[in-house]
Design a binder for this molecule. Structure first.
Ligand code: AMP
Ligand code: ZN
Ligand code: ZN
Length: 407
């Protein structure tokens, strides 16, 4: 073969190869977007109970999994910050929805000053990783996004206000994605507080949850249709996930700590059914342990004795003793009430099936129609840095656990 013919052959094969790449349409990691939606308290099996054509659409065109395992305690604030940082609560500092930090003070999810106080947040949220590497980030509500962490906040962020409608949130996310390239966020996190709120009220097995799940799925459909209109739709990865599941509670299966130990024995108490962490008054620890460790249907540990698989107990923000109700049991102070002892709750051991949650994702990074083995919420951070070509911080999450879902 002559030199000229070889050249033609080489050129031809290069053209064919590049056409192939275009057909696949896989943009470079540095061009890909990640849009992550959390629908609070979306239990792993809710979508199996009713028609959810849009979650099915994501599964068909992307990746799904039977369930994702949240971090312990399976509560909203610890887990949203785990999703953001790739760290277990022991390491990211938001050890519960409420806690006391000896140096900083008391954190409560409804205390604006606390939620916006940077000193409570350890680790490196994904939007900080992005912004530090000159990638613009946006957040329409996410735990930790309302305070600068390492001095950095998402370029666009919103102070939490549950009254803002989901469709307004969707519209704003779409507006952000239509900004001129130099202002446009390439990482967006956003949040719906359902089906958690209703799940607490009516319990996870109520037909009202079925209806709500179908409504949320329709909203998701509107969002996907909007995304499809964008000229850069083929560069957008959409992740739909959640922070934990939900289980039914009853008036009967209830342990009232006041029936065993007087409140005056405690210096400080934190947490919420089914997990409490308490610090006894001086000299009372042994008595509290001796009594509560004989009570059935709860586990009571000194914090350093909490089973290792829960990754919970090294933080100074966890009180001295951890009390966790067994599966299907509740624990709290005082007489049971219909307000707290009917309906649903979450917070149990993250091995409990009902605490597991969902993951659906589609876009250029993800395989199509692929069911991945279960993984952990802590793995979302390395997943996102991998997709976007960002240098990750050191985290507890493992890319190896999720990399089978990528092309
Ligand atoms: P819980 O079910 O007690 O673990 O907490 C869920 C509640 O957390 C939701 O109903 C929201 O109202 C609330 N929430 C979620 N994100 C935020 C935030 N960024 N700031 C304040 N409250 C929030
Ligand atoms: Zn939640
Ligand atoms: Zn909740």
């Amino acid at each position: 073969m002559g030199k000229k013919n070889v050249l033609i052959l080489v050129l031809a094969s290069m053209i064919i190869a590049s056409c192939g790449m275009q057909r696949q349409g896989k943009p470079d990691a540095s061009e890909q977007y990640v849009v992550m939606l959390s629908m609070d308290g979306f239990r792993w099996d809710y979508a199996d109970r009713v028609e959810t054509p849009w979650l099915d659409y994501i599964a068909g065109n992307g990746v799904s999994t039977e369930y994702v395992k949240p971090a312990f305690p399976t509560k909203t604030f610890p887990n949203h910050y785990t999703m953001a940082t790739g760290l277990y609560p022991d390491n990211h500092g938001i050890v519960d929805n409420n806690f006391t930090c000896p140096e900083v003070g008391t954190y409560r999810l409804r205390d604006r000053d606390a939620v916006e106080n940077s000193d409570f947040y350890y680790g490196e949220p994904i939007w900080v990783t992005a912004e530090k590497q000159d990638v613009t980030a946006a957040s329409f509500f996410w735990v930790g996004s309302e305070a600068p962490v390492q001095g950095v906040q998402p370029t666009y962020w919103k102070r939490y206000d549950g009254r803002i409608s989901y469709s307004d949130r969707i519209d704003t996310v779409i507006d952000w994605l239509q900004l001129p390239l130099e202002e446009r966020p390439r990482l967006i996190t956003f949040y719906f507080n359902e089906p958690d709120s209703k799940g607490h009220y009516v319990g996870p097995d109520s037909p009202e949850i079925d209806e709500l799940v179908m409504e949320l799925d329709s909203l998701l459909g509107l969002f996907i249709n909007d995304l499809k209109q964008l000229p850069h739709y083929n560069k957008i990865n959409l992740i739909v996930t959640s922070d934990h599941g939900m289980t039914e509670v009853t008036m009967e299966n209830y342990v009232n700590i006041d029936s065993y130990t007087p409140r005056s024995w405690y210096e400080r108490t934190h947490g919420g059914n089914p997990i409490l962490h308490v610090t006894p008054k001086e000299g009372m620890k042994d008595s509290i342990l001796a009594i509560l460790q004989t009570v059935e249907n709860i586990s009571v540990w000194e914090k350093h004795e909490v089973p290792e698989r829960l990754n919970y107990g090294t933080s100074e923000r966890i009180e001295d003793i951890v009390i966790l109700a067994d599966s299907t049991w509740s624990v709290w102070w005082g007489e049971p009430s219909t307000r707290f002892n009917t309906g649903g709750a979450h917070g149990w051991d993250n091995a409990k099936k009902d605490m597991h949650t969902i993951f659906y994702a589609m876009g250029p990074a993800f395989k199509e129609n692929y069911v991945h083995t279960p993984f952990e919420l802590v793995d979302l951070y390395p997943m996102i840095t991998h997709i976007m070509g960002l240098e990750p911080a050191e985290v507890d999450g493992k890319l190896e656990r999720v990399k089978g879902m990528f092309h």
